[in-house]
Design a protein around this ligand. Structure first.
Ligand code: BTN
Length: 226
């Protein structure tokens, strides 16, 4: 797959959309001016972090398997962080944490035709050597801060890109969720609800016990506090 390495861009996901000529692409940038997060939020994207989008086109990818894309991305992040001596966990559905703080997020933008995915743009940000703004103290960290040393960025990037080309299973994804089976707080709109987490369904929804009732939650509805 062709790799385009940019100095600066608004957002690597947006770049993929603009430059889509039907070719599968990997786009990286040293910094993003308008890094996009999930739920319409922004994503801090200063120098030293890894900002990458993988654009793929499909002819026969059933939409019921959409969650596989998230699985591959999150597990690739975790496997890469482990090479650098970190012990990552996944906070459902798309955050990777190290030492309890967010180190990576994924924003997936899919295009559909009928019940098929025809294009996916998987945008991943990993805090590698970047300094984070003080407002993210206690919320986010970087690999550099966590390990106490500057990370060989090019090596990190090459390990990550090779992991992104692999396929992982939902079991592997769940193996990075040691919290599964325990208590968690779901934030739905402005309300916080205590639940016992049970499992992740094959289509990526969170199965919880809420006051003795089993509920199945879609990622879009909630944010999870562990
Ligand atoms: C999140 O945690 O809310 C998702 C963050 C996704 C950030 C990545 S960085 C590369 C790609 N380009 C973007 O604008 N966003 C994604």
């Amino acid at each position: 797959m062709r790799i385009i390495e940019l100095e600066e861009v608004d957002s690597t996901n947006e770049y993929c959309k603009r430059e889509d000529r039907g070719e599968d692409l990997i786009v990286t940038a040293k910094r993003q001016i308008f890094g996009k997060g999930t739920k319409g939020r922004s994503f801090t994207s200063d120098d030293g972090g890894l900002y990458i989008s993988v654009m793929k086109h499909y002819s026969d990818f059933p939409s019921f398997q959409t969650f596989k894309i998230m699985v591959n991305s999150c597990v690739a992040v975790c496997k890469t962080l482990e090479v650098f001596s970190a012990k990552p966990i996944i906070r459902w559905a798309n955050d990777v944490l190290v030492g309890g703080l967010k180190i990576s997020g994924t924003l997936i933008e899919n295009s559909f035709s009928g019940d098929k995915i025809v294009r996916s743009i998987v945008g991943i940000g990993v805090n590698v050597n970047n300094c984070l703004p003080t407002e993210l103290d206690g919320i986010a960290t970087s690999l550099c801060k966590f390990t106490g040393k500057t990370v060989d960025f090019e090596y990190f990037k090459s390990v990550f890109i090779s992991n992104l080309k692999k396929e992982f299973t939902i079991e592997e994804y769940k193996n990075y969720m040691p919290w599964l089976g325990g208590e968690a707080v779901l934030k739905i709109a402005d309300e916080c609800i205590c639940v016992r987490t049970i499992d992740i369904s094959d289509d990526g929804r969170l199965i919880v016990d809420l006051n003795g009732r089993t509920e199945i939650i879609s990622a879009a509805e909630v944010s999870l506090r562990l």
